[in-house]
Structure formats: C-alpha cells, structure tokens
Design a protein around this ligand. Structure first.
Ligand SMILES: [Zn+2]
Length: 292
C-alpha cells in the first residue's frame, strides 16, 4: 500500500512539474516583446494592441476579453497609456495579477510636454506614458517581469532568471549601438507628428523642436497649426518624423514648400514582424539616423 501511495505521489509531483506556464496578456508590442524574452519557450505572450493598433483609442474584441478572463498575469504600461484597459481589468481579469510598469518606483518617468513648441517650460504635471522608448526602463521592467513570472510559476524561476539576464545583456549592447547611430543627428533640427519620443530623446541626447499633436494624439487646432508653420519658416527643419501608418495629410501640407523631409518612424513596432525589443529600438534609431 505504501509503495502504491509513493508511486502515486511521484506521478503527481512530476505532473505538477509540467504545469503550464503562466498565461500572460500585455497591452502593446514592446511590452509583449519584453515579457516574451523572459517567458522564453515556455509559452506565448498575448498582446491586445497588436500590429497596426493604436493604444490611445482602442476597443477590445470578444476574443481578447476571453484572453483576459483566463490570464494569470497582465503586464501593461499603465492607465496613463491605456485607461480603457485599466478600467476593464477588475471586471475582465478579476483573478490576474497586474503589473503596471509605469508605476514601478524604479521606472524613469517624465512629465508631459506641452506643445506645440518644446521650450522646456511645460506646466504639465501628468506623466508621459511612452516610457518604453527608454532602454533603462526596459532593464528595470525585465526584473519586474522576472519577479512576476517567478511568483506565478516558481518551478521555472531559474529559467526566468536566465532569460531575463540574457535580455538585459542585449539591451546593454543596444544602448552603445544606438548612441553611435544617432550621434550624427544630435545637432539636427527635427519635429515629430505625435509627442511620443521624449524618453528616447532624453536618453540619447536628441531634442525635438515641436510636435503636431500632443502626447494623447488629439487633433491640433488652427492656432497650433499656425505656430508650427512659423517654426518651419523661421529656420530650416531637417525632418518631420511621422508615426508609421498615421495619416500624413496634415504633415504633408505643413512641410509643403519647405526643405523639411517626412521620415516614418515606428515607436510601437507595429510594422515589424515578431520583433524583439532590441530590434524595435534599432529600427527606430535607424529611421531617426536617416534624417541626417
Ligand atoms: Zn502615443
């Protein structure tokens, strides 16, 4: 009898070692990429705002609501980027642990800039949510992701630690690469269509002059457009960076008759196929370097 019990217990304990990895749902592609690196081959991380999606305004599909309902862990930038998701979480994912990356104490947070012209005297106090474009934040977040996955699935904690360490090493190399890539355009005058790049600028010594729309991507009014026209006319602006996939009608009409060229950049990795976080930032740096 005792032998049988032991045998049964052995079967159960080996089965529990085979428990499925945590089911993780993320908000945007860069966060999905980071979590996927830590989860590795143990599972596939879901993303809500996938390719071509727009995080500032978004509607959940029924399949995504179901994914949230069965999630063990939700990793998101936070309510500043996706208030719609944060509102839905208590109802749609009542049992999931939620990690809000922007709210971690170690995260570098910058306050919103008030445009259209960035002259450093912003009166805003709210946090700019586009914090994934700072690789120092990615390093901090990899640790938080490792911790959350290990808590949900202690059996695989060693794997999560090794994967997170490898991902962090890649990001250290990435920082050096990007510094070299953007070096030639540190003195170049440029504008952006949507104020999403402050974290990247801050980390790599770039400075946008102005932005067509603010960080929440609202449509600019007539006064703002007039001011932008004055900026473009005052001194040559090399580039206007426009988010890939965005409507360029307004950007085109603003730069008409000026030497400013429109360059597409992709801060969400919307047009990359299963890109890693490093690929996403390198793609962005390359596009910015193209302004030279
Ligand atoms: Zn944005």
């Amino acid at each position: 009898m005792k032998t049988v019990l032991t045998a049964v217990m052995l079967v159960f304990s080996s089965l529990s070692g085979l428990t499925a990895a945590p089911r993780v749902v993320t908000d945007i592609l860069p966060v999905q990429a980071l979590v996927q690196q830590v989860l590795g081959d143990l599972g596939r991380v879901d993303v809500l705002v996938g390719q071509g999606g727009e995080p500032h305004e978004f509607a959940l599909r029924p399949s995504q609501a179901r994914a949230l309902a069965s999630a063990d862990l939700v990793v998101q930038i936070g309510p500043a980027l996706t208030p719609w998701l944060n509102r839905a979480l208590p109802r749609l994912a009542p049992d999931a642990s939620v990690v809000s990356l922007l709210d971690l104490p170690e995260t570098t947070r910058l306050t919103l800039r008030t445009g259209p012209v960035f002259n450093g005297d912003s009166a805003a106090t709210a946090v700019d949510p586009h914090a994934w474009l700072d690789p120092e934040n990615a390093l901090v977040w990899l640790d938080a992701i490792r911790k959350a996955l290990s808590q949900a699935d202690p059996d695989n904690a060693d794997t999560y630690s090794a994967n997170a360490a490898a991902a962090k090493a890649t990001i250290e190399t990435l920082k050096t690469q990007i510094n070299a890539m953007v070096q030639p355009i540190r003195q170049v005058r440029f504008m952006v269509d949507h104020d999403a790049f402050q974290y990247f600028e801050n980390r790599f010594g770039l400075h946008a002059l102005a932005s067509i729309s603010d960080t929440e991507a609202t449509t600019p009014g007539a006064a703002r457009i007039r001011t932008l026209g004055q900026v473009l006319a005052a001194a040559p602006v090399a580039c206007l960076f426009v988010e890939a996939g965005a409507n360029q009608t307004l950007a085109q009409s603003l730069v008409a008759g000026t030497p400013t060229k429109i360059v597409e950049i992709d801060p969400l990795g919307s047009f990359l196929d299963h890109a890693s976080y490093a690929d996403l930032l390198l793609d962005l740096a390359q596009a910015i370097a193209n302004c030279e």
